[in-house]
Design a binder for this molecule. Structure first.
Ligand code: PRP
Ligand code: URA
Length: 210
């Protein structure tokens, strides 16, 4: 596995992903779990945020204490399902800007079709976290990151809750500079390019559509 790929082993993340997979988990709980998992994964994915010492006056004395330095963050969900992860990351980093990339998979070819792109401007100096719960063939993630790079984005991380080996390979080969965070690596894709065992259609389960 490439060194830019991080797969989580934490029991809390494993437990919550198992609850997501359950077809009896309803929309309300599904949304809450997606947010919680995104927050837990974000805690790890942001461990390299730069710090700077600032002067703080405690009730006892003045000291120098570490706080997050200037590097700005942008969260970029891939619509629709990536939206479900934004709240969990904003709980950690409330001042982050949020961009959006709209993609849907063609039902026949499974190729991604882009329909929207709006990113914080300027994007160049920001650390960018792209979110999508599902990394299946990898087509949507690769295209979304191509688009972000075309707008000048450089320091990019990608977070997926469940990945198929096929998509993880495609993404890490297409964008070896991108740090990839995956909650759980599943077995394979089926003939409809759905992840097995997966959790079904993430967008439909988050938004209650079908
Ligand atoms: C899902 C998912 C990813 C994409 C993954 O979105 O949220 O964006 O499929 O598949 P890939 O790795 O094979 O590209 P979908 O196209 O169903 O759109 P939606 O989120 O609007 O439902
Ligand atoms: N998109 C999903 O929502 N689920 C999958 O298993 C594959 C793509």
């Amino acid at each position: 596995m490439n060194s830019n790929v991080h797969i989580f082993e934490h029991p809390l993340i494993k437990h919550k992903i198992s609850m997501l997979r359950d077809k009896n988990t309803g929309t309300n709980e599904f949304r809450r779990l997606i947010e919680e998992i995104a927050m837990l994964m974000g805690y790890e994915a942001l461990r390299d945020l730069p710090l700077m010492d600032v002067e703080i006056e405690t009730p006892i004395e003045t000291c120098m204490a570490p706080m997050i330095a200037g590097r700005k963050l942008a969260i970029v969900p891939i619509l629709r399902a990536g939206l479900g992860m934004v709240g969990g990351l904003l709980a950690l980093t409330p001042t982050a800007k949020v961009g959006h990339i709209g993609m849907y998979r063609d039902e026949e070819t499974h190729e991604p079709q882009e329909y929207y792109c709006k990113l914080p401007n300027p994007i160049e100096e920001r650390t960018i976290i792209v979110t999508d719960p599902m990394l299946a063939t990898g087509g949507s993630a690769v295209d979304a990151i191509n688009q972000i790079k075309a707008h000048g984005g450089r320091n990019i991380k990608f977070m997926a809750i469940i990945a198929a080996p096929e998509g993880l390979k495609k993404l890490s080969e297409a964008h070896p500079d991108v740090q990839i965070y995956v909650g759980q690596l599943d077995r394979c894709l089926n003939e409809n390019a759905y992840i097995c065992p997966g959790l079904g259609d993430a967008g439909d389960r988050i938004f209650g559509t079908k």
